[in-house]
Design a binder for this molecule. Structure first.
Ligand code: ADP
Length: 322
């Protein structure tokens, strides 16, 4: 069998580990892997080539994705997916492993439903916002990167007695923000799913901290927070309360870097499992982790709207910031 593999959407550390595992497990089972470059854009353009085992040497520890990634506006339209399916057929690719997030899985689901392409999904996004899995590739690495950065910011915050607003990634999900805040002992965290996520609540929290004698504070802000991005919240606090604060947007620093051991291990496990299942004739699934165990979900589950809130960890942040 010829198996295609692509990475799509935002890059995430650990994607290379998954690519390597797909290639080498396929090799072990006698299948051939083709690498499709730049996600669905490359698929539409026929930008694909055989990906041999030796091409995956020394990629396990590298961030990003050797296959490159892209966002592809055409893929939202059925007529373009017809062309994509034709490219796969012309190359003799019968199965497709898609490493990406929610959007990438939606595209795979459509390809399989409309054109019978056997698809397998491996969760790759630093947001960790997919239903049916407690882990996605890149989350653990991005979390550790953000924590390391904020530890440095904490030193200067406490030396100057200053408030820092630190923006982390997460357009629709507070998962990264809340875990980061908990791991670096932030005084507050603003994130889209928060029950008491308001500017007023933040001001009252900072006030009571001040009255308790806290002179420096770190507030972690998810980029998709409803009160606004860190820069806007900072401007408002300066204007209303004359606070001497600083805003740091961690931005793309969080995406890059060598994947953590955990992301390498799950990339490897999911890559192997995807190929083993395709080899057994399974199709239309995506892999995940629940309570430490490797699990599979039907790809169609991605169509059900299911928010993945970060539980009550956000509340712990404020309890521990006393
Ligand atoms: P992620 O996979 O990280 O969630 P995106 O949401 O940007 O990233 O999706 C990646 C790509 O997948 C999009 O650029 C598009 O090509 C394709 N895609 C996303 N959603 C759909 C959809 N509903 N139907 C078809 N293709 C989609």
């Amino acid at each position: 069998m010829k198996i295609g593999v692509l990475t799509s959407g935002g890059d995430a550390p650990g994607m290379n580990a998954a690519i390597r595992a797909v290639v080498r497990q396929a090799d072990a089972l006698g299948h051939e892997v083709w690498g499709i470059h730049q996600g669905y854009q490359g698929l539409l353009e026929g930008d694909m080539a055989p990906l041999p085992s030796r091409a995956c040497a020394n990629i396990l520890q590298r961030g990003g994705t050797i296959l490159h990634t892209a966002r592809c506006a055409e893929f939202y339209f059925a007529e373009h997916r017809v062309l994509a399916a034709a490219k796969l057929k012309a190359t003799g690719i019968e199965a497709l492993v898609v490493i990406g997030g929610d959007g990438s899985f939606r595209a795979a689901e459509a390809l399989q439903r409309e054109h019978g392409v056997a698809c397998a999904g491996i969760p790759g996004t630093i947001d960790n916002d997919l239903p049916g899995t407690e882990r996605t590739l890149g989350f653990d690495t991005a979390l550790n990167t953000a924590v390391e950065a904020i530890d440095r910011i904490r030193d200067t915050a406490s030396s100057h007695g200053r408030l820092f607003l630190v923006e982390v990634m997460g357009r629709a999900s507070g998962m990264l923000a809340v875990h980061t805040a908990l791991a670096c002992g932030a005084e507050a965290v603003l994130y889209p799913e928060s029950p008491d996520d308001s500017y007023e609540a933040l001001v009252s929290r900072l006030n009571s901290n001040w009255l308790r004698g806290k002179r420096s504070s770190i507030v972690v802000v998810a980029e998709g927070d409803t009160t606004g991005r860190a820069m806007a919240v900072g401007e408002r606090l300066k204007r209303d309360h004359g606070l001497d604060l600083r805003v740091v947007v961690l931005g793309h620093v969080q995406r890059g870097g060598s994947p953590s051991a955990i992301d390498r291990i799950w990339g490897s496990r999911w890559g192997c499992e995807a190929v083993r299942r395709l080899d057994r004739g399974e199709r239309g699934f995506y892999l995940g982790e629940v309570a430490g165990a490797l699990v599979a979900q039907p790809l169609s589950r991605i169509l059900e709207p299911q928010p993945v809130p970060p539980g009550d960890l956000g509340r712990l942040v404020s309890v521990l910031a006393r």
